[in-house]
Design a protein around this ligand. Structure first.
Ligand code: SF4
Length: 452
């Protein structure tokens, strides 16, 4: 969601004449989007804000304007002001409309644009979808905030309650991206399956949202993220997941395989429900690529609970997983009701075991793709061989370096289920569809060759 917000803001600034630069020293404006979902992310935000002090070394007249936005600011604003006086502006919001409105009040070069940055203006949103063909996912936000209140999660406090973007605006945004030549879209919400719920009875729901996008756009691939298992229904599987233009990627966070821990986490589903919905989704979509989030070391997680998670993950057979150790987030229900009692060493030991187990499951499951011919979208045409890539946008699949070909380049594509494929070369451009044969399958990426 933060990546989507950054892209949205960058696109709107670009639509008004802004230009991205690689080096903050060359920028007039540095906007830092902070994340507080885990302590590590928050630490990174503080560390980066500290690094930016060097930009003010030669005095404010020659330095960029520095603003911090996002989830850390509401709870950590005082700390930022005290520790980093070189930060010019703190913006309590994550919503791009509100961020830009606030920014335009304080950052003089944006002031003349203020008229063009109103909140929720669909024309502005459409303009923001100007051509930006890159081969990476293009995000369309359908829900902001979350109503679910999982006990460990800071998102509802940081981003506020669920707000549905009106269906017409979502469709207009998607169509603007299509006109701009983007190859596919990913429709976002913290819990996208709850679309419409905050808008009252009669408002289009998730199925209406996806069926309308299928009808009103021609994207060959439409992905939706993220799905809370408790809200997944048979009808959603039959009417959405089964559709061939919906990508086979289902990201369905499990978090724990223990019902007791799931209840303490207030996730709103049981392992049995999760198991049943995965079976249903796989029945509707035999090529389903199932990914999940797993959280170890929740305060009430016993060793036996952890073993249940390991066994359940093996039983389900996730294709890939994003795994984290619990870190207490101030202000959450869990921080008050369940004191963080496990040592960091215990949490990390469980996390390491889980990662090792899941890596071998992923490696095994990925073997089914060797020899398979898959459609892909080209993301890069000439990256240094073995170079690490920025995360492709969903979940942060950091691509591990491979090989050591000094000076050599390779192309990089991604599958419909967001797996990176390294290719010796391609004649196509970023954003174009192609077909590849998979020649090797690793845990985090595939090797392949283009076939036509
Ligand atoms: Fe947080 Fe739960 Fe909402 Fe996800 S569904 S954003 S974990 S409260």
């Amino acid at each position: 969601m933060n990546v989507a917000d950054c892209e949205d803001i960058a696109a709107r600034l670009a639509a008004h004449g802004g230009r991205e630069v690689d080096d903050p020293c060359q920028a007039d404006l540095v906007l830092v989007n902070t994340c507080t979902v885990r302590k590590k992310a928050e630490d990174k935000a503080f560390s980066y804000l500290g690094v930016l002090k060097a930009l003010k070394r030669d005095g404010p007249a020659h330095a960029p304007y520095i603003a911090a936005m996002g989830c850390v600011v509401p709870g950590g604003g005082v700390r930022i002001s005290q520790a980093f006086p070189h930060v010019d502006l703190l913006i309590d919001y994550s919503d791009p409309d509100l961020v830009l409105a606030e920014l335009s009040e304080h950052f003089a070069p944006l002031a003349p644009w203020e008229q063009g940055l109103p909140g929720g203006n669909s024309e502005c949103r459409q303009d923001a979808g100007a051509p930006r063909v890159s081969g990476k996912h293009t995000f369309v936000t359908a829900i902001r905030g979350c109503d679910h209140l999982c006990s460990y999660c800071v998102v509802p406090a940081a981003r506020g309650p669920q707000r549905d973007v009106p269906l017409g605006e979502v469709v207009a945004m998607a169509q603007a991206h299509e006109r701009g030549g983007e190859p596919d879209i990913a429709v976002l919400g913290q819990n996208i399956l709850a679309y419409g719920r905050s808008s009252g009875p009669g408002h289009p729901g998730f199925i209406d949202l996806m069926e309308t996008l299928l009808a009103e756009t021609s994207f060959p691939w439409i992905t939706f993220l993220t799905s809370l298992a408790g809200d997944l229904t048979d009808e959603m599987c039959e009417r959405v997941i089964a559709q061939p233009r919906i990508t086979p990627l289902l990201h369905l966070p499990l978090q724990s395989g223990s019902d007791r821990v799931l209840a303490d986490m207030r996730r709103g589903y049981t392992a049995a429900h999760y198991r049943r919905m995965v079976a249903k989704a796989r029945a509707c979509r035999p090529d389903l690529y199932l990914t999940t989030d797993l959280l170890t070391g929740f305060p009430t997680e016993t060793e036996a609970d952890f073993r249940e998670t390991l066994a359940f993950a093996a039983e389900i057979g996730f294709d890939d997983a994003f795994m984290f150790a619990y870190s207490e987030r101030p202000g959450t229900h869990a921080s008050q009701a369940h004191p963080d009692r496990l040592s960091r060493a215990e949490k990390m030991a469980r996390l390491s075991e889980l990662i090792a187990r899941q890596r071998s499951i992923s490696a095994e499951r990925h073997r089914r793709f060797i020899g398979a011919e898959l459609p892909v979208i080209i993301e890069h045409t000439a990256l240094p061989v073995g170079g690490a890539l920025a995360p492709p946008g969903i979940g942060g699949n950091e691509l591990p370096p491979t090989g050591s070909g000094v000076g050599a380049t390779e192309a990089v594509a991604r599958t419909a289920f967001n797996k990176i494929v390294r290719l010796p070369a391609t004649i196509r451009k970023p954003g174009e569809y192609s077909r590849v044969r998979i020649t090797a399958a690793k845990v985090s990426s595939f090797d392949g060759e283009e076939i036509g």
